[in-house]
Design a protein around this ligand. Structure first.
Ligand SMILES: *Cc1c(COP(=O)(O)O)cnc(C)c1O
Length: 496
């Protein structure tokens, strides 16, 4: 079955998978969604015996139907290789009453690697298929993890440049160091004086700026996106939910057909949407638990049906979830309104113009697959310390938000369904916050002293990604206002 893609704000025009990946965002400002979600029709017994790479091919080939088998396998094998420090790619660890799906074994030790190690290959393959002559410029707004993972993926990839914008005062010290030391002669990193939403909005505006598009085209460039608005980011994320289920079956923890819950620390709603798509494919998922930090716009939305971004932006110890405009929610909204692009488009326009929108009660009824809650900063720290105490397992701040919400969920519902928690970052990426949660005495130590101490108390080897930045020189130090981002892009590309 061929799967085509259409925009959540469009009028029914359809594009192929490779065209959707190339464009990133649709011209009408909407996001590409598959016209139909394909079914997972391979036997679970067979899936449970597959390697990660084989399973990735089984899932992705159903969505990326205009890629040949050879092309897609090449993309998969180039992505999920020894850049990951474990052969399973996404190991599942049973600790303290839940299954932690460790998605942080890639080059930049956060879950963004799961999709961003393959996106450059998908994109360059898509460019060839569509006879693109221009150089592709990846524009990326990051709340800390996407930027580094995207640069690691695109560094020195011929025919591409990548420009990353990050909130200068909104990322962890390790995250910032990882970005500003990035090598590669096609990588550019720019700090902005605003927050992540400012960066993401400015990037979306640049995508929709026809004048800029013409200027770039004349200079031999075109934009694409490495943010999770790109369907090429989302589909690779479906894979690891199927893999987690298959692993549970293989390990005998569940029987084929048994339901599981999935609990995801959420920011831009990309990761949890991938789990929702896995469920639509037929994977037996009961509840999708959406965990927020103190920026709890999604918790309020699930409770009230009102999405309201008019509130203070809070800087937390889980910075990759410090987001008030969860872009991928648009893909869910589109489904909820029965694929009515006009209605979807109106709601999204209201969000831009008035800062909020409200869904109808019929739409709200369809949200019963989801459970939303949030964790305060104090609860997050307490969870890190408790899980470490109970299971000698040290989780990062984002994963701890999800673990906190899981506790609240089980207390409220008494549900005993086996639950997979997406463990989205290595504790080494947020060393200071994690170590302070274990013991406040650590606050006096320097960043890399803390790294060594973390290794000492857990017995987990310091990841290569951290060793690499210990002494690496700072290569990027530009900072601009959010309103000057288009000028910064033109400057980097030498476009007048
Ligand atoms: C990006 C990120 C998240 C949030 O994922 P979304 O897909 O944006 O919802 C959670 N945790 C970490 C560590 C991240 O990098």
């Amino acid at each position: 079955m061929e799967v085509l893609y259409r925009s959540t704000r469009g009028h029914g025009e359809q594009v192929t998978a490779s065209q959707a990946i190339l464009q990133g965002l649709s011209e009408d400002g909407g996001l590409f969604v598959p016209v139909e979600i394909p079914k997972l029709d391979t036997d679970m017994k067979v899936l449970s015996e597959m390697t990660y790479q084989e399973l990735a091919y089984t899932v992705m080939s159903k969505f990326f139907t205009d890629f040949t088998e050879e092309e897609l396998k090449h993309c998969i094998n180039s992505a999920y290789d020894s850049k990951f420090d474990v052969p399973e790619i996404a190991p599942l660890v049973h600790a303290d009453g839940a299954y932690y799906l460790e998605l942080f074994h890639g080059a930049t030790i956060a879950f963004k690697d799961m999709a961003l190690s393959i996106l450059p290959h998908l994109l360059t393959t898509a460019a060839k298929k569509n006879q693109v002559k221009n150089e592709i410029v990846i524009l990326t707004a990051t709340s800390g993890d996407t930027g580094k993972a995207a640069m690691a993926g695109f560094a020195d990839v011929p025919g591409t440049k990548i420009i990353v914008f990050y909130p200068k005062n909104g990322v962890s010290p390790i995250q910032e160091k990882q970005m500003v030391t990035q090598k590669g002669n096609n990588t550019y990193v720019v700090g902005i004086t605003g927050n992540f939403d400012d960066a993401q909005t400015a990037v979306k505006n640049m995508f929709n700026d026809k004048e800029l598009e013409a200027e770039l085209d004349a200079a031999g460039y075109q934009f694409s996106s490495a943010n999770s608005i790109n369907i090429g980011r989302l589909v690779p994320q479906i894979v690891y939910y199927v893999y987690a289920y298959a692993t549970l079956v293989r390990q005998g923890a569940i029987k084929d057909g048994d339901k599981i819950n999935v609990d995801v620390p959420t920011g831009n709603f990309g990761n949890i949407l991938a789990a929702f798509y896995a469920k639509q494919m037929g994977l037996p998922i009961a509840k999708l638990i959406c965990a927020s930090n103190e920026n709890k716009v999604l918790f309020d939305f699930f409770r009230t049906g009102v999405y309201d971004r008019k509130r203070d932006f809070i800087l937390t110890t889980s910075p990759s979830m410090d987001i008030l405009i969860s872009s991928n929610l648009e893909r869910l909204i589109y489904r909820l309104c029965g694929h009515d692009a006009d209605q979807c488009s109106q709601l999204m326009k209201a969000l831009t113009a008035e800062g909020s929108y409200e869904i109808t009660s019929e739409m709200k009824e369809q949200l019963s697959d989801f459970y939303g809650n949030y964790a305060t900063e104090a609860e997050t720290a307490e969870t890190i310390s408790k899980v470490f105490e109970h299971a000698h397992y040290l989780i990062d701040t984002h994963t701890a938000v999800a673990a906190t919400v899981y506790r609240k969920y089980t207390e409220e519902t008494k549900d005993k369904t086996p639950t997979v928690i997406a463990s989205t970052a290595s504790p080494y990426k947020f060393t200071r916050s994690v170590m302070n949660a274990v013991d406040s005495k650590y606050d006096a130590m320097g960043d890399f002293e803390l790294v060594d101490e973390l290794s000492r108390i857990t017995g987990v080897k310091v990841p290569q990604a951290i060793e690499d930045i210990r002494t690496a020189p700072v290569l990027h130090d530009t900072v601009v206002d959010a309103c000057d981002m288009p000028a910064a892009v033109k400057n980097i590309l030498g476009v007048k």
